[in-house]
Write a protein that binds this ligand. Sequence first.
Ligand code: SF4
Length: 307
Amino acid sequence: MFPKARYKKFSDYLKERFNERVYKVSVDAGFSCPNKDGKFSDEGCIFCDNRTFNAYFGNQRIPIKEQISNGIKFGSSRYRAKKFLVYFQANTNTYASIDELKKIYDSINEFDDVAGLMIGTRPDCIDNEILDLIESYSTKYEVWLEYGLQSMHDQTLKLVNRNHTYKDFLKTYNLTKNRNIKVCPHVILGLPHETTAEMLETAKEMARLKPDAIKIHPLHIVKDTNLEKLYKEDKFKMYSLGEYYDLLINFLRYLHPETIIARLTADCPRKLLIEPQWLEEKARFIQLLDKEMDERGIFQGDLYKGM
Ligand code: SF4
């Protein structure tokens, strides 16, 4: 008998849901971001750097259909995948007119083996009209919306130049729920000057909302970003691997047991990574996390108290 997973893994969810090997094709449709193009700010979030956007095919200079086709070929041959999720990942993928958005998302219709549409965006770049469009794909595809949140604390959001508040996120979350759209917020653990208690408050709040999935990224400093500048001036705390495991495991314990954990690491090319160096060993990071949770005998959600 297999041991029970310590947290709800996205890979297990996909196996159960599609009963086939599934590969996620990340694409770059050439969207911009209002937090970088001057609409809200021209600086972007202090940690943002699209050079770390990790897709073999996601290159906005390549037409979108070609990116999808290349991704499908790669996933079929390397991973023997039979179904594909197309993930609009880079920048803010709802930041265009309805007609443009429809044209871009419609690219997936040409590929019979695409089973899902995933869209990453900011919580303040959504309205009911865009949600209606996105939900319309759910008659044929599994549809996911990923909202960059990072923290529920407005002082942190301000410090990292998000230019939206937690209230903005909640408003959008409420507009999205009860639709045929799965929701996955992104959070970052270890943001400058956030205390453990504050981060665990975000976990408890996510447990209260019970999104379908959550992505939990460790804070990492990318070369030439405003975060690197801040780190040099301010030397805020960066977590050692052991400290980060304690934090992450506690975070997982407070989440709702049914929320899928869609991501626990982050990608950054070695030459761009300032800190933490342990980020480079992704596979080991996950193995050790599983081992650590096994040894401690704990599970995602075991401190969750229904609200
Ligand atoms: S909202 Fe996303 S794409 Fe825009 S600056 Fe922030 S992290 Fe970068």
